[in-house]
Write a protein that binds this ligand. Sequence first.
Ligand SMILES: C[S@@+](CC[C@H](N)C(=O)[O-])C[C@H]1O[C@@H](n2cnc3c(N)ncnc32)[C@H](O)[C@@H]1O
Length: 253
Amino acid sequence: MNLNDQVRQFWEAEVCGTSADLIGQFEPYSRAWYEAIEAHRYAAEPFIHAVAQFTRYRGLRVLEIGVGAGSDHLQWARAGADCYGIDLTDAAIETTRQRLALYGFSSQLQRHDAETLPFADGFFDIVYSWGVIHHSQRPEAIIAEIQRVLKAVGMFIGMLYQRPSLVAWELWVRHGLLRGKPLRSLHDILWHHMESIGTKGYTVAELRSMFAAFKACQIDPYLTEQDLRRFPKWLRAYVPRAWGIFLALRVVK
Ligand SMILES: C[S@@+](CC[C@H](N)C(=O)[O-])C[C@H]1O[C@@H](n2cnc3c(N)ncnc32)[C@H](O)[C@@H]1O
């Protein structure tokens, strides 16, 4: 089975961000379920709004790659964007489709692997992708496709995982050090123990070189709950942001 088939199998089993452990027990696809997903997401990752800035792109054509449960897709729709979305899984597409319909919105959604985007050159004003590209077998192919489908003045907004980061080091302690395998690299640890198989993490310099064909690339690290969970509350404010697992990007074509 190739890597993206395994990635697909993993995310088909449970749509990202919908686990009952995170959001509590609700009837799937009900309004209460979707609202619990939304409440949990923006409580855990409030900085998404500062990075995505959904409301600045009213009337523009936005493609979201890897819609997952559709939380951010709903924000794009609410903000008045002309929405398109893809995901590797039927589960994500159906969850997002029903979610938008519940609130009276729609989007052109389809299941597709982002390594080849089914859109014409220069079609989108914005391509958005939060926590997706690092799961794919060929992230560079996705980035090349993003560049192709963006208009000349288009913009990519998104997030990829950072290596090293506190989350990566914690996984290394658990799956490397404590199992007598301290020489396992962070790359290998993320690949095998961070969500679907084959997950990658990048340094800021690596991301800059992956987006080198773009004009300008702003990269900001963010700490997440998962980075901070081993720290006592009083210490959290002093942990450097640069150690966070999230690298948020705003990239001008
Ligand atoms: C960690 S979830 C993130 C979902 C959503 N963006 C969010 O932030 O909640 C990763 C999603 O990316 C999708 N995905 C992974 N590889 C993909 C690919 N090559 N093409 C399209 N979607 C992909 C998965 O199916 C999954 O829904």
